[in-house]
Structures are given as C-alpha cells and as structure tokens.
Design a protein around this ligand. Structure first.
Ligand code: C5P
Length: 290
C-alpha cells in the first residue's frame, strides 16, 4: 500500500503568448507548489479492476475521473490488463478552482503506481504519459518552482522560490478553464516587455522582491466571465497582504504575508469564506510506503 500527498499549485506569473493551431494557448508561467494537499491511497487488488472511492461524492462517471484515467492509462502503457488497484481520494483541494487539484491527483496516481508495481518508468516517460491527460499534470509530478511553457507541459526547473506564509481563498463558484481560455482574443500576442523576471532564475526571493514581480493575464478574462472575482480579490486585499493574485484560470485567490502571525490574522479576518492557510513547498508529491 502506498499513500501520496498531492499538493496544489499556484501561478506566480501567467503570460499568454497567443493561440495555437491545436486550439490550446501558448503560455509562459511560473508555477509553485503549495502545502494544501489531497491524500491518495493506492492498494493492489487481485480483481484486475480499478476501483475508485473518495471522501466526497465523485460527480459523474468514475471512469471519467482523472485519477481513474491515470491508472487505466498507466496499466495500458505497461501492457498489463490483469493489474488492479483500489484508489481512495481524500480530497481537500477545491475543484475547478485554478489550483490543479484534479491534475495533482492524476500525477499522484501515476507516480504512485510506478512505485507500487515497481514499473521503473522514468520521470520523462511519466511526464509524457501525464501530458496526454492534461496540461498541468507534468508539473504536478515534480512540483516545486518551475517555468512552464508550451501549453504548460514544457517544464524548466527553477531554484526554489523561498518559503512564504500564505492563504488561499476559494470563491463560492467554480470556473471552467476552457471557458476562460475561450474569452482570450484570437489575435492576442505577448508584449515585448514581458520576460520572466531574472529573480526567478536566482531563487530564494524576499517577499519585497516578489511583490513587484507577479502577474496573471488570465485574470482579465476570468473576471469577464465571473465579475464577482474582483469582489473576493478586494476582500483579500483588505487584509494587507504583500502579494495577492488569482491563480491559474481562477477563481481561487492566493496571498502571501510577511509573517505567519499576519497570515493567521488574515485567516481569522476571512473566516466567513472558504479559506486555507498554506506555505510554499519545493516539491509536488510526498510518498509513504506502508
Ligand atoms: O489541458 P487541460 O485539460 O487542463 O485544459 C483544459 C482546457 O483549457 C483545454 O481544453 C483548453 O480549452 C484550455 N487550455 C488552453 N491553453 C492551455 C491550457 C488549457 O487553451 N495552455
């Protein structure tokens, strides 16, 4: 049996470079793992089937769930149709929230099965397999601080951003990633001024350095679809964070504070909302083999 912590991600930078012929958007993003996690348990079974259960209701067909699809794809890749696994998802990361919750589960199942069945697929093989299921999944396999390009699957490791005390506020509505991207004008191009700030290549940023070096171009389009996001962003800003922005395609907002005490005070101020305390992390998955 193996248990895996699958950590959420945030986007410190998300620049759009334009629309591609395959319908996806070319992007350049600095992604960062944070300590909010789903706990995934994998247990071999002798039934030759994939059984998926969770602490929350699995909406829709279980076979469409990313965690199930990850296991099915992994077994197909090994060319072993007789293998079976029980997957239990203890979910904490909100869904359709811009935090890659579903992608993190998917990465955890793939990397976990690789260990459980001693399949020895390389990190590269796993990432290639993962990219066929979603743009954020290759990042979730490694995590930490990374530059993501292409549709999000081309990764370059960056030095660890540094440890920050933060929180996540999830507004009470989901947002479809596809819908947000659909709102981006077809002729969108990157302005020449937009480079990834040098500080990210150095790593170990101070909070005041991070303060002037974060942005998310998807915010504008997410706000067009759900104007209420601006209200929640303003609510977080009232707690005087040093850094505050929507993550990914939204609607979750992340914020960082100078001290843990300030962060905890902000959590208290925002307690009427769905909020989570979090810290930045240098990896995306943690395994314990039982
Ligand atoms: O790859 P993933 O399934 O996470 O993407 C969900 C949707 O978001 C895609 O179907 C696509 O419409 C949009 N998308 C995009 N460009 C990206 C990533 C996602 O247009 N780089």
């Amino acid at each position: 049996m193996i248990k895996i912590k699958a950590f959420a991600k945030i986007n410190l930078i998300l620049d759009l470079l334009g629309k591609r012929a395959d319908g996806y958007h070319e992007l350049r993003s600095v992604m960062q793992s944070v300590s909010l996690y789903d706990l995934i348990t994998l247990k071999k079974n002798n039934l030759g089937v994939i059984q998926l259960t969770a602490n929350k209701e699995i909406t829709g067909n279980p076979e469409d769930n990313l965690a199930y699809r990850a296991a099915a794809l992994f077994f197909t890749r090994l060319k072993k149709s007789d293998l079976g696994v029980d997957i239990y998802l203890d979910k904490n990361i909100p869904l359709a929230a811009g935090l890659a919750g579903g992608s993190a589960d998917c990465a955890a199942v793939m990397a976990g099965l690789n260990k459980l069945f001693a399949a020895n697929l390389s990190q590269r093989d796993l990432a290639d397999l993962a990219a066929t299921l979603g743009s954020d999944i290759p990042f979730c396999l490694s995590g930490g601080t990374m530059l993501a390009e292409g549709r999000g699957e081309k990764l370059t490791p960056l030095p660890f951003l540094g440890s920050f005390h933060g929180l996540l506020l999830k507004p009470p509505f989901p947002i479809s990633t596809a819908k947000v991207y659909q709102a981006v004008p077809k002729n969108k191009v990157l302005s020449p001024a937009q480079n990834i700030p040098e500080l990210y290549w150095r790593g170990g940023l101070r909070l005041d350095e991070l303060q002037n070096n974060y942005r998310n171009e998807l915010y504008l389009y997410a706000r067009e679809i759900e104007p209420q996001i601006a209200v929640f962003l303003a609510e977080v800003k009232e707690t005087k964070p040093a850094v505050c922005q929507m993550s990914g395609s939204g609607p979750t907002i992340f914020a960082f504070y100078l001290t843990k005490k300030e962060r905890n005070k902000a959590l208290d101020q925002l307690k009427a909302e769905e909020v989570y305390g979090m810290e930045t992390l240098p990896h995306g998955l943690e395994f314990s083999i039982i």
